[in-house]
Design a protein. Sequence first.
Length: 127
Amino acid sequence: MSADSDEDSVLYVMTHGLESPERCATPFFLAASAAAMDVETAIYFTMNGPQLLRKDIVDQVGPKGDDGQKLRFFIDQALDCGVRLLVCQPSLDLNDLTREELLDEVEMIGGAAFNGLAMEAEAVVSF
């Protein structure tokens, strides 16, 4: 998602966190699918979304609770396909999180950067 890119692009926005575990895998799954189709793809985590990127959570939480795949599976799938994981800095404060508590692959961005990405993307999908 760069200003001089002619590539297809999609930006997913994840606002839900641990309060809705049944929603946690969908953005990663859809983003991985888009990236596998050669679409430039990123997921932006804001509001409660950054909770899902905590190092101590990704191997414990999944969309089906104790059954099925854990969040780590869906995250690794997305990362392997080239999906960027972007986090809203103010949302860390909202969730009493620090950058060090999040996965290493996460990129921190501010509101202006998010707005630029959203305006460049051909599609913005919110969860």
